[in-house]
Design a protein around this ligand. Structure first.
Ligand SMILES: [Zn+2]
Length: 316
């Protein structure tokens, strides 16, 4: 049904899936840079098409509506919400009496800017397992947001500028909406802002934010892509990162920031296990994860295998 060689290919449908190499036909689960390429023909959701066009220029696309099956090369394909970023979709495949679910990056718990993943049962599950060790259990969001609020208050009272590092697609918009809900005005780096405009064009309200023009007003919070250092003469910046990797207390040193807060757009360890239970597959293949997670699934009685290299990606 599929092969894995320099990336995933759905053989029954002659589709590359989320590969970084150019292919004649591909399914793209979402528009993060490690999932897109200049394919000749792409199956994806309308928001992913818009975000991909923003990043790579116009491509030939067949748009998939979430939850609406399509026929493709004799198989039935359905895009399902993945809960990861705008447009992110899992792919459900029915072919030759078999079913397969490819998750791409996903998150089961709700966020402020995307709806949670909606998995469907399948015999074969191919899932990301980025946070596949028990260390990566996310604390409750309210707790993290309360800590963020305290930090921001302290930084602003000192007359410093809070600068939050967040990925330009997804995390940047999620944190903007969260900051708006806390009553803060947000200044976005142009890369974040351009993606925010696409979010709003698809009806996702992000609240009060503006494009960075070189100035910061008192009380404003700046949102920039990771490792981006805007010039702010005579203002002290206090840098914060929002990433699931921040569960590790040493993350702030690795990320080179003053504070790191664990807000993730990926499933945490418990959600990864929950995904397997909800899909209830005959066999599960794990990508982007650790051997430890595969071993844990095997201990729990699942037929689990590792797909690709046993590495943990650093996602921010
Ligand atoms: Zn992603």
């Amino acid at each position: 049904m599929f092969v894995y060689h320099h990336g995933l290919r759905l053989t029954v449908a002659d589709l590359a899936i989320d590969t970084r190499r150019r292919h004649a036909r591909a399914f793209v689960s979402h528009a993060h840079s490690d999932h897109i390429a200049r394919h000749e023909f792409v199956l994806c959701t309308a928001p992913t098409a818009a975000l991909m066009e923003h990043r790579l220029g116009k491509r030939t696309v067949r748009v998939m509506e979430l939850g609406e099956p399509i026929s493709w090369a004799g198989v039935t394909l359905t895009a399902l919400p993945a809960g990861h970023c705008l447009g992110a979709a899992m792919l459900h495949v029915e072919a030759d009496g078999q079913t397969l679910l490819y998750t791409g990056d996903f998150k089961l718990s709700p966020s402020a800017t995307v709806t949670a993943a909606e998995p469907a049962p399948a015999e074969i599950l191919i899932m990301e397992s980025t946070f596949g060790t028990p260390d990566y259990r996310m604390p409750p969001q309210e707790e993290v947001l309360a800590r963020l609020r305290d930090l921001l208050q302290r930084i602003l009272e000192n007359g410093d500028v809070p600068v939050i590092e967040a990925y330009a697609l997804g995390k940047g918009q999620e944190i903007t909406r969260r900051l708006h809900d806390m009553g803060y005005a947000v200044v976005q780096h142009p890369h974040v802002w351009a993606v925010s405009r696409i979010y709003e064009s698809f009806g996702v309200a992000l609240g009060r934010y503006r494009r960075w023009d070189g100035t910061v007003e008192p009380g404003e919070v700046v949102v920039v892509p990771p490792r981006c250092r805007p010039e702010m003469p005579r203002r002290r910046q206090v840098r914060l990162a929002v990433t699931g990797w921040a569960v590790d207390p040493a993350a702030k040193y690795r990320l080179g920031v003053d504070h790191a807060l664990p807000l993730s757009d990926h499933a945490d360890y418990d959600e990864l296990l929950e995904m397997v239970e909800r899909v209830s597959p005959r066999v599960v293949y794990c990508t982007h994860g650790s051997e430890e997670f595969v071993n844990r699934l095997q201990e729990l009685g699942w037929d689990a295998r590792l797909l690709g290299r046993a590495t943990q990606r650093r996602l921010f």
